[in-house]
Design a protein around this ligand. Sequence first.
Ligand SMILES: [Zn+2]
Length: 264
Amino acid sequence: MTVCRCCSGSDLKLAFRSKVLDKYAVDYVVCRQCCLLQAVNPHWLVEAYDESINVSDTGIMSRNLGFRDFTALTLWGMQGLNRMKSSRYMDFGGGYGIFVRLMRDVGLDFYWSDEYSRNLLARGFEANHEHYDAVVAFEVFEHLVHPLESFEEIFSLSPTLIFSTELYPTQPPDPKQWWYYGFSHGQHITFFNRRTLDYVAYVLGLNLLTDGHGLHVLSRDTVSGKILFKAKFLRRFGAQKLLYKALVSKTMSDNRLLLNRKKF
Ligand SMILES: [Zn+2]
């Protein structure tokens, strides 16, 4: 690999070498310009995505429930209740559609999008609109070969992205110490640190908000610095239950919509 897959810079430094999928010896390099830590030449992805959700992922449902509450509370803080009710949202890299179904069940107008997975649970709600008030992308960016292209695609559709990806500290962690590398399933190939997010925000002209760990917001709009902290705080006290009472679930109305579509 000669250039960084994020900024196209050519000043890359070998961070470490590790085995992926128990058989491929892979170099991981850091870009000195944008700090993206990346697996060189990830030729094993087809094999790694034999099933799009990795088989050892037992936490998938509880994480989706956590992301549901966090997203709803963050949108509440950013937009207020009335705007939430009339907004349209997209889940980028939505996998089997679990998150979209959960968000529609609490009453938010979410749509599914994923180039690499089948939509099982949010069928009928595929994203085909030209504009979304916000996009979410949970556990997506560490999977992407060309992350900047995906950021550009998202911001051609929406002014705001709420997303997760675990940040690595200033230096790449020891490959034996950091679970997030995911060498055994081979699906994580791209790792950001704070400076990488700063770089993305700078080149795309966006405001960045991050909790410094795994949750981030990029937006064309100015976002209050306390939004993420407030959402986490409110969730601890169950405030999402009050919010869900103030929204109207789409479970039954979606059911009617899909049955009617079937008839015609
Ligand atoms: Zn770079």
